[in-house]
Write a protein that binds this ligand. Structure first.
Ligand code: F6R
Length: 242
C-alpha cells in the first residue's frame, strides 16, 4: 500500500485530481469509480477547473458510483445522483448515458443490485476506484460486519453513519435508513484504488485500516490485501501513523 501524505485538504485534492486527470489522458475511455461525501468535493472542483482550462475530455469516460440512498428520487437534492451532477457531471463533457449510479427508487432492489453488478462487469471493470472512509471503517456503505465476499447489495445504515450524514439533511429523521452499495468484493476488483482522507476525525480509522487484522468488523482493513492501493491523506488524518 502506498501512502501519500499531504500538508492539507487542498493538497490532498490536488494530488487526487492529478491521478484522475493523468489516467483519463492516458486512457480516454477509462472507467472511474466515484465516491460522494465531503472528502472528494475539492478533487471534483479541481477536475472542473482543469476541464475549463485544459479541456481534458470525458467524452469516452464511464463512471460507476459506489452507492446511493434507497428511497430518494434522483432529483432529490440529497440523492447521490444529484450530488454527482452538482459536484462534477454538469460541468464536464461526460455523456449522461455513461454515468452510472444505483437507482435507489427501484421497487425491486435486489434486481437493481444484480443489474448494477452486471453493468460493471460488462463494462470490463473499474480502472480507478475513489474511496473515502467512514469513521467506523466503512468503504462505500459497507458497514462493519459486511461480508468480504459481498457484491452490490442493500445495506441498513448504522446510526453513526446516519448521524455523520445528517449534516446534509434538515434532521436525522430525514436521513434514509437503507442504501444500495457496491460490495466489498466489487470494490476489491477495481484495478487501482485511491482512498482519500482528511482531518483528525479520520486518524483512528486510517490507523485501523493499516494496522488492524484483516477482519470484517473493520471493512477497510480488506484493502491491505489489494495489490494497488494508494492512500492520499493529509497530515491530520495520518497523525497516528509513524
Ligand atoms: C460515499 C461513500 C462513503 C464516504 C464516507 C466518508 O460515496 O461511499 O464511504 O466516502 O462515508 O464520507 P466523508 O467524505 O463525508 O467523510
Amino acid at each position: 500500500m502506498k501512502i501519500v501524505e499531504t500538508t492539507n485538504y487542498q493538497e490532498m485534492s490536488e494530488k487526487a485530481a492529478s491521478f484522475l486527470i493523468n489516467l483519463v489522458k492516458e486512457k480516454p475511455n477509462a472507467t472511474l469509480g466515484m465516491a460522494t461525501g465531503g472528502t472528494p468535493e475539492g478533487m471534483y472542483q479541481l477536475l472542473i477547473e482543469d476541464y475549463k482550462q485544459n479541456g481534458t475530455s470525458y467524452k469516452e469516460v464511464t463512471t460507476f458510483n459506489l452507492d446511493e440512498y434507497i428511497g430518494l428520487p434522483k432529483e432529490d437534492k440529497n440523492s447521490y445522483n444529484s450530488y454527482m451532477h452538482q459536484a462534477l457531471f454538469n460541468f464536464i463533457n461526460i455523456p449522461e448515458s455513461q454515468i452510472h449510479l444505483p437507482n435507489g427508487m427501484n421497487a425491486d432492489a435486489t434486481k437493481e443490485c444484480e443489474e448494477y453488478e452486471k453493468q460493471i462487469s460488462r463494462n470490463g471493470g473499474i480502472d480507478i476506484q475513489i474511496l473515502g472512509i467512514g469513521e467506523n471503517g466503512h468503504i462505500g456503505f459497507n458497514e462493519p460486519g459486511t461480508s468480504f465476499d459481498s457484491k452490490t447489495h442493500v445495506i441498513t445504515l448504522t446510526e453513526s453513519t446516519r448521524i455523520a450524514n445528517s449534516r446534509y439533511f434538515n434532521s436525522l429523521d430525514e436521513v434514509p435508513t437503507k442504501a444500495v452499495t457496491m460490495g466489498i468484493s466489487t470494490i476489491m476488483q477495481a484495478k487501482k484504488i485511491i482512498l482519500l482522507a482528511s482531518g483528525e476525525k479520520k486518524a483512528d480509522a486510517l490507523y485501523q485500516l493499516l494496522h488492524n487484522e484483516v477482519d470484517e468488523s473493520f471493512p477497510a482493513s480488506i484493502l491491505q490485501k489489494h495489490p494497488n492501493v494508494t492512500i492520499i491523506a493529509d497530515r491530520d488524518a495520518l497523525k497516528n501513523i509513524s
